[in-house]
Design a protein around this ligand. Structure first.
Ligand code: NAD
Length: 247
């Protein structure tokens, strides 16, 4: 099937769909200039996830971890949402039931005016007290003093999910509540290496219920074999093309 045929099928399916589920990963923000984690120029090529994104790494060297998050916060602040984010936000306006489950902590979906976004790995713009767990919004860049401390004196940490930690319960429930009713008509899975079991589980669940599954990625992933359509291309090219023909 060629590219134009794939786009046409997606557009037709979207026209006949009432409920849309979208899973996104770092690839959806790559065209905004934010590095992915596992790609060619990804963070984990030269840096250690154990040192920078785990509770053990934070306990060992909180300043180093905070320096990395401060660097990423500054980088993200200088980036804008790209056409992939904006296309999803436009598409959402056409549906009563539309949910984005994102692994991204950058907030770019919200900056593109997406409404129903569940951040399953937390937000880089929130900080959490390591003593009482209180979460605060914090968008200051650069942070003045690292590691960041709470007014109570305890260390603050980024409110993100690190390796070895479980996903936040409330966000998990929101996603399961959305997909468990078995009526998702159309699912996009965009820019994720799909290495976490829950990503595969959500895609497989909606697929088992009969959802049409479309993957957009530069490479094949564990999802590709169950997807109805795979676009091996940039999200910032494919999504605007689909929405242009649909809206
Ligand atoms: P990833 O880096 O593993 O994968 C990015 C995917 O996007 C790749 O499959 C790549 O082919 C694709 N891609 C790149 N550019 C694209 C484009 N323009 N259009 C479409 N696709 C594109 O990121 P992920 O899948 O979001 O995985 C979640 C990541 O979160 C993990 O890699 C993990 O390391 C990371 N993580 C970070 C923390 C933290 O920082 N605190 C905690 C847990 C997990």
């Amino acid at each position: 099937m060629n590219y134009n045929e794939k786009v046409k099928i997606c557009v037709d399916r979207l026209k006949h769909s009432k409920k849309i589920f979208v899973i996104t990963g770092a690839g959806v923000s790559a065209e905004s200039g934010i590095p992915t984690f596992r790609g060619k120029d990804g963070y984990w090529k030269n840096q250690s996830p154990q040192k920078l994104a785990s509770p053990e790494g934070f306990a060992e060297d909180p300043k180093l971890v905070w320096e990395w998050y401060d660097y990423r916060r500054r980088l993200i602040k200088g980036c804008e949402p790209n056409p992939a984010h904006y296309s999803l936000s436009k598409l959402e306006r056409k549906y009563d039931h539309f949910l984005i489950a994102t692994q991204n902590v950058d907030g770019l979906h919200q900056r593109a005016s997406s409404l129903n976004v569940v951040e399953i790995h937390g937000s880089i713009w929130e900080v959490k007290c390591t003593k009482d767990g209180k979460v605060e919004k914090n968008t200051e860049t650069p942070l003045k003093e690292l590691p960041l401390r709470c007014s109570c004196g305890a260390l603050m940490r980024p409110n993100v999910v690190w390796f070895g930690e479980t996903l936040p319960e409330k966000q998990l429930r929101e996603i399961y509540d959305f997909i468990k009713t078995g009526d998702v008509d159309f699912t996009f899975i965009i820019g994720t290496s799909a290495l976490f079991y829950y990503i595969i589980d959500w895609a497989q669940t909606v697929k088992n219920y009969g959802s049409f599954l479309v993957e957009i990625n530069l490479d094949n992933t564990a999802i590709s074999s169950i997807a109805d359509i795979v676009f091996l291309n940039q999200a910032g090219i494919i999504l605007p093309e689909i929405t242009k023909q649909f809206i």
